[in-house]
Design a protein around this ligand. Structure first.
Ligand SMILES: C[S@@+](CC[C@H](N)C(=O)[O-])C[C@H]1O[C@@H](n2cnc3c(N)ncnc32)[C@H](O)[C@@H]1O
Length: 376
């Protein structure tokens, strides 16, 4: 089993090409729509409305460490309550609901067990998604969602209404626990994308890579691990320095990786062969994106490339992941958004960049490879 299989949790030892993944996603959505058409409308409404129950129940189970306790094997709820310090009856009702939604297995003997879904929520799973559940279900995050209507009415930012400051000030300066949860979730998601990027992107001719807004360095560490001849620079806000030092040392790349504290609106290290903007552009409005891209373009030498890694919004009602993460941007940021391919193209033009090619990763995230227009 390859690392990509483990990371994606694929049941068979084949990584489907993006066209197949896209077709499978479309089929799944079509089946979901057929299921809706076979259901009376008010039940569809209830199913959507109860999304908050899924979120909260999942958060509680993961925060209590239920998937970790169940790693040793199935348990009756009484033992689970003892191990997690929870109220037995309440825990049973939460887990029973989750099992009815395909999260945890409830056996005929009344014992709960992990299934493939909850297995990836264990703390020690090598590709754990636990941090995402803790991020999206946390009370400070719910406070932001409670204020989404402020944003939709055009009365300001949801995060500002909830916490009195913008998202990055909140997570980086106001609430260290929220900051740790956010950075861990970003790192766990990006580690998977980085694994795919490191395998599918052509690093020919690249010796020095700069990850701009690279979080705690997990993407850069993965790229450097996969390509031992590369050196790397991580450009981030100063608050991320300690986390990055830990990631570089734990992954054994500290000698080839440096942390540069800075602001990507002002300047980034000059003269690298490859610049990365991994899940950064979607945090910002067009104006700010153009400034970030122009800052990177100024730092690029002839022959440098910039790889922007983001998913794109598909047209019409086609279901896609980016339409969900777009709502995260709506809640967390002032002007951040996911973009269609033509919106991305307009951004590149505005920043004086040319798209040389677009590579689609098996996760359906796009890698837009850009060069400075006057050098292309
Ligand atoms: C959505 S996170 C993506 C992190 C990372 N690229 C990844 O994929 O895991 C955006 C990152 O941009 C960083 N950031 C925000 N404003 C910044 C600025 N003005 N200069 C540099 N980095 C910034 C944040 O600290 C955060 O780590």
């Amino acid at each position: 089993m390859s690392e990509v299989h483990e990371a994606l949790g694929l049941p068979v030892p084949i990584v489907p090409p993006p066209t197949v993944t896209r077709a499978m996603t479309a089929t799944r959505r079509a089946l979901g729509r057929t299921q809706d058409r076979m259901t009376v409308p008010f039940q569809v409404v209830f199913d959507r409305m109860f999304g908050l129950l899924d979120n909260k129940a999942l958060f509680i189970a993961v925060e209590l460490g239920v998937p970790d306790v169940l790693e040793a094997g199935p348990l009756p709820v009484g033992r689970l309550a003892e191990e997690t310090g929870a109220d037995e009856d309440a825990l049973d009702r939460v887990l029973r609901y989750l099992a009815s939604r395909g999260v945890f297995r409830l056996g005929p003997d009344g014992r709960y067990a992990n299934n493939a879904v909850t297995d990836v929520l264990r703390r020690n799973h090598p590709w754990s998604w636990r941090a995402w559940v803790l991020l999206i279900g946390s009370p400070w995050n719910w406070d932001i969602w409670k204020n989404l209507e402020v944003r939709v009415r055009g009365e300001g930012s949801a995060t500002e209404a909830a916490h009195g400051c913008d998202f990055f000030t909140y997570v980086n300066e106001r609430d260290p626990a929220a900051g740790a949860a956010f950075n861990e979730a970003m790192a766990s998601g990006s580690r998977v994308q980085a694994l795919l990027f490191a395998e599918h992107y052509d690093f020919e001719g690249v010796r020095h890579v700069c990850d701009v807004g690279g979080g705690s360095g997990s993407v850069l560490a993965r790229v450097l691990t996969a390509h031992p001849a590369l050196r790397g620079t991580l450009l981030e806000l100063p608050a991320l320095a300690a986390d990055a030092a830990r990631v570089f040392s734990e992954t054994g790349v500290a000698e080839r990786a440096e942390f540069v504290a800075g602001d990507f609106f002002e300047s980034v290290p000059a003269g690298c062969d490859l610049y990365l903007l991994f899940s950064v552009i979607h945090d910002w409005g067009d104006e700010e994106c153009a400034r970030i891209l122009q800052t990177v373009a100024r730092a690029m030498k002839p022959g440098s490339r910039l790889a922007v890694v983001e998913p794109h919004i598909e047209r019409g009602a086609a279901g896609n992941f980016a339409k969900a993460t777009d709502l995260l941007m709506l809640a967390f940021t002032d002007d951040g958004r996911e973009r269609t391919l033509s919106e991305f193209a307009a951004l590149w033009r505005r920043a004086g960049l040319t798209e040389r090619r677009r590579i689609v990763l098996p996760s359906l995230f796009d890698v837009f490879e850009l060069v400075v227009a006057s050098n292309s």
